[in-house]
Design a protein around this ligand. Structure first.
Ligand code: GSH
Length: 216
């Protein structure tokens, strides 16, 4: 049986968009798997023990080990689409990372994210840091713009990015929504606003995808 390594949290609900893509794919393909929950500082030792390779390099040149962990090939088109989404995630990062640290993740991951992620956003002290109303609107606008670029690639009647055909690209987009939902909550203003964007396309998509979002 496949083991899917995911990030643990206080909510005991998966929040990480990278891992959500893998979960959606496994559920969609009906591949049996079991989730194992770990903390950020445990990724590297766990992967080394399993003999898994690092997925990239940190800025200082040292190897970077990341989740999800289950080796898998991906079609070039899907990979390009995923890169489009991921290369434009800095606004979402600024909106969600501080909230993840404050509310969602457990202490070991909160510490890890504080030292490894917050400096990328220029945040030195989360206790005193807040995002102004104006900044928040501007950052959400950028997230909307990114999703709008996906919406613009699709015809109004298309249910999925490839038209009638569901694909990994849909899971990559839905995973972004899963992170927003996990961080702000499904009753939050933030969630209700984002799923209503682009004529309710995302609300329909997330409702359709509920059947592939079970956490095993
Ligand atoms: N290319 C990978 C990227 C995965 C990735 O960047 N994971 C991050 C969390 S979003 C991670 O595990 N980071 C570990 C760290 O920062 O030490 C994918 O999307 O599958």
């Amino acid at each position: 049986m496949i083991t899917l390594y995911d990030f643990d949290s206080k909510t005991k609900h998966p929040w990480n968009m990278s891992v959500w893509k893998a979960r959606y794919s496994l559920n969609f393909k009906n591949v049996p798997y079991k989730t194992i929950w770990i903390e950020y500082p445990d990724i590297e030792p766990t992967m080394k023990k399993l003999g898994a390779q690092p997925t990239g390099l940190r800025q200082d040149g040292s190897p970077l080990y990341t989740l999800p962990l289950i080796p898998r090939g991906t079609h070039a088109l899907q990979a390009a689409f995923r890169r489009l989404i991921e290369s434009n995630m800095s606004s979402l990062g600024l909106l969600v990372v501080p909230e993840l640290i404050r509310k969602v993740v457990n202490a070991p991951s909160a510490e890890y994210m504080t030292s490894h992620y917050l400096p990328n956003f220029g945040i030195s002290d989360l206790a005193t840091w807040t995002l102004s109303e104006e900044q928040s609107i501007a950052e959400w606008d950028k997230v909307k713009e990114l999703l709008g670029s996906v919406h613009a690639m699709m015809k109004a009647e298309d249910k999925w990015i490839m038209g009638d055909q569901i694909s990994f690209a849909d899971f990559a987009v839905a995973s972004v929504f899963e992170t927003i939902k996990a961080v702000f909550g499904k009753d939050s203003e933030e969630w209700k606003r984002v799923v209503s964007w682009h004529d309710g396309r995302w609300d329909r998509m997330m409702t359709e995808l509920e059947r592939y979002s079970t956490v095993y």
